[in-house]
Design a protein around this ligand. Structure first.
Ligand code: ADP
Ligand code: GLC
Length: 465
């Protein structure tokens, strides 16, 4: 059995800003159920919520280029997978997970060096598996700085791209803070348009590169979706694999949801009507069950295509529907949605912020879920929506293309307000025909995107290395 050591910036339920955390909360236990030995290394942020951990290493020396830190390592075991938290207050106590900090390159370089320390002294892996740019330097340290160290001879490196839009690119001068050799700063190495790129490092130095859906694996090799790394990915095409994310149906299950007062299944949907009623009351929308309730739960980022929703506000107002929006991020979107709720309180309810419980109750209570993403590596919200009978309207891209079909949801191809509006109108028309609608809901609820199948794909990949 190969031993796997993962490195990540977030994992649910400890610290979460998006789907990456959901994956790192569920994939390691799913692999453990298959018999793999899995460890995960992540920062112990001051904002992380970590229950009863055990301190397994009191003072790990961390040398990051010219900087020296001392970290403690805390352990929690979840579903047979071990999570190690790197406790280093000067690096990770910033009141938030990510932020515009001048030393981000040091914060995440240190995380990878701590993982290597854990690998050397506590858990010797066969595969190092890094997630997104925060883990990008991991294979470089292993292959370059430790190239003559027999400890890790034979160990393989995997990088998973959860989102190519976030690359961890820093000024070239930052390389001296990482402890990496300046000679590696060239176009076939760490250099990306004159900057030091953590994502590129992970792609160049890994034995295998995965991303989180088959369609996104193809898309990132095109100019349209490649964020200027498409050439590099095409050149390494034989090492690029698309493995669809799973859903953690322990967390996201309408029959048992811990955050919802009303439960339901495809056989008994009375609870869904109750959930809608409760949700309308909770967010302050009129208690009218006879108009469809559309939902958005999203990071407010360019990626998510929220500008399309903004562009069709007038049309939505004419449709006799209500819309509930939960999210946070770009100030421009936060302001715009707040204003909508102020101007049209009968139609729009908006919650700016991060609220996991409300996210669950929206999945349970809404009729339709909107994901008009410009690009979407996988997307988990639409997978949860399917299970909750909340029919997704998605743009046909990345994982949205791979998880929603014309029988379970509504898809549009062109990234235009008109295309989104057309799908919404089609959905609303069908919603009024209860019988057809219930059939569509039930087909979605019956879909199974549990982790078991995807975890087997990762297992196969590890073995093939
Ligand atoms: P991404 O990772 O790009 O943000 P995903 O669809 O993969 O998109 O995952 C989003 C996850 O984050 C889902 O679990 C969703 O419920 C959650 N989420 C997003 N925004 C919020 C929010 N404001 N409050 C609570 N949960 C949120
Ligand atoms: C990223 C992507 C999202 C994906 C998640 C987990 O945040 O934006 O599409 O589901 O990672 O892989």
């Amino acid at each position: 059995m190969p031993r796997i050591l993962m490195v990540t910036a977030e994992a649910a339920p400890f610290a979460k800003t998006g789907g990456l955390a959901d994956v790192l909360g569920a994939l390691p236990p799913a692999l453990a159920r298959l018999g793999e030995e899995v460890g995960v290394v992540m920062p112990r942020y001051d904002v992380a919520s970590i229950p009863e951990s055990q301190r397994v290493w009191h003072a790990m020396p961390l040398v990051v280029g010219p900087n020296r830190y001392t970290a403690a390592i805390d352990q929690v075991t979840v579903g047979g997978a071990r999570y190690w938290f790197v406790d280093c207050p000067p690096l990770y106590n910033r009141g938030q997970v990510y932020g515009n900090f001048a030393d981000n390159h040091v914060r995440f370089a240190a995380l990878n060096l701590a993982a290597i320390g854990i690998a050397r002294h506590m858990f010797r892996p066969d595969v190092f598996h890094g997630h997104d740019w925060p883990a990008g330097l991991l294979p470089v340290y292993l292959r370059e700085n430790l190239r003559n160290d027999p400890t890790f001879f034979g160990a393989k490196c995997v990088t998973t791209i959860h989102n190519l839009g976030y690359q961890g690119n820093f000024p070239a001068s930052c390389i001296s803070d990482t402890g990496l050799n300046r000679a590696l700063f060239h176009s076939e190495g760490l250099e990306f348009w004159g900057r030091l790129s953590f994502m590129k490092a992970g792609i160049v130095w890994s034995d295998a590169i995965t991303t989180v859906s088959p369609t996104y694996a193809r898309e990132i090799q095109t100019q349209e979706y490649g964020f200027s790394m498409d050439g590099l990915l095409r050149a390494r095409s034989s090492r690029v694999h698309g493995i669809l994310n799973g859903a953690d149906y322990g967390e996201w299950n309408p029959e048992t949801d811990a955050f919802a007062a009303h439960h339901f299944s495809s056989k008994n949907l009375a609870g869904k009507r109750a959930a809608k009623k409760a949700l309308l009351a909770e967010v302050g929308l009129p208690a009218n069950p006879d108009r469809p309730l559309l939902a958005v739960i999203s990071r407010f980022a360019e990626q998510k295509g929220l500008d399309l929703i903004a562009a069709i506000v007038k049309d939505l107002l004419e449709e006799d529907t209500a819309v509930v929006i939960l999210g946070e991020g770009d100030a421009q979107f936060e302001e715009m949605f707040r204003e909508l709720a102020r101007d049209f309180p009968e139609t729009f309810a908006v919650r700016v912020g991060y609220d996991n419980g409300l996210a669950h109750r929206i999945e349970a209570g809404a009729d339709l879920f909107l994901m008009p993403s410009r690009y979407e590596p996988c997307g988990l919200s639409q997978i949860y929506s399917l299970r909750y009978g909340t029919v997704p309207i998605v743009r046909a891209t990345g994982g949205l293309e791979d998880t929603v079909d014309e029988t379970t949801g509504f898809k549009f191809h062109e990234h235009t307000p008109a295309a989104l509006l057309h799908s919404i109108r089609k959905a609303i028309t069908e919603w009024k025909d209860r019988k057809t609608w219930l059939q569509r809901m039930r087909r979605g609820m019956a879909k199974d995107f549990s982790w078991a199948a995807s975890a087997v794909e990762y297992q196969k990949l590890y073995r093939s290395l």
